[in-house]
Write a protein that binds this ligand. Sequence first.
Ligand SMILES: [Fe+2]
Length: 405
Amino acid sequence: MMPFRKPLLKALKTTLAYSMYLIPPQTSELLQGPGSVKKLPALIKTQGIRKPLIVTDSILMEIRLLDKLFAAFDEIGMSYAIYDGVQPNPSVDNIEDAYALYLKNGCDAVIGFGGGSSMDCAKVVAGRVVRPNLTADKLGGYFKIMLPIPKKVPRIFAVPTTSGTGAETTSAGVITDPKKNTKYTINDFMIHPHFIILDPELTLGLPPFLTTITAIDALSHVIEGYIGSAHCQTSDIYSEVAIRMIFDNIDKVNKNGKDIVARSQMMMASYYGGIVLNRSLTGYVHPFAHKIGNMYNLPHGRVIGAVMPAVFDFYGKTVEKRLARLADIINISHPSMSDAQKTKAFIEAIRTMNQAYGIDATIPELKESDFKEIAHSIHWECIPYPVPKIMDDNDIFRLLRVLKG
Ligand SMILES: [Fe+2]
């Protein structure tokens, strides 16, 4: 069941979409280019910081991806603490453990080093520092860190090691609570990273499948923002540039993971995706992917890849003009083609991309008996999202059947 009737929901979404104009854009300082991570300790020092907490995961420690950063800290004689227990979907315990380590070591800044999970964990720890009475499971929702009185959070440095989530530039963190089998999304301007380090060298060792599913995630951020009703001229520019970058480079990074130019482009595209997410939010693709991914423990980007074409097909005429423009941008259209034909070609290009890099078009794990629960979650998550066309239960069930294959 939908929580509101369609016209009321549409009015609510329109109001929320327009209210995005009232939100000032969040900005970060950018350090970018191959090897830029080595400059991070010196940058931290200029901020008057004494001892940062590095938040990362054990795999990155094992493959020694942080060695260059550690060496740069040693070079300037700066100490740091490390929390390397971040799990793929950071848990409430991860936040609390990292926070305890932050206090124990007398830290005064956080560095989120890794994929979206490590960056989200670091962001939430920074928020936790200024709200010592609110454990991580109480921070879910909107502006729990900022309100009632904003306090200065420790400096947050985000260092992505994949090109996809855009978490380095979003004002949100998602954490899970395995004991209650639930997740919390913490939305708060106070946890927007202050500094972003985009070093493509950190992504050179990413295996092809991980490269692809993260790229597909970035692609979905820029397209969902582009066709939703909260897009604006600025977000359109980021979307259009990023879409071109992804289509131009996905094959290069798959064939040669060491192609530093292509890796740089993918990293920028992912960063632009985060900017678009902040401004324009998402549509139905993400609520489907969140619930299905959580329920069957499937990687985010793999589900996104399957869901995207099916949702865009459902949008139909409502997104024709926008997707036709994207077909022009990636050069798969011809002046003689109608908008409908261009849109079809664009959706087909996503399907071809999925197929080329091993992303299944269907999700056989889906169970018909779970459809009601999935629909319920999608309706609730989607309330504030500026979707181009609203789905009811039957639309969702139909789409889930298509995805089940
Ligand atoms: Fe995503």
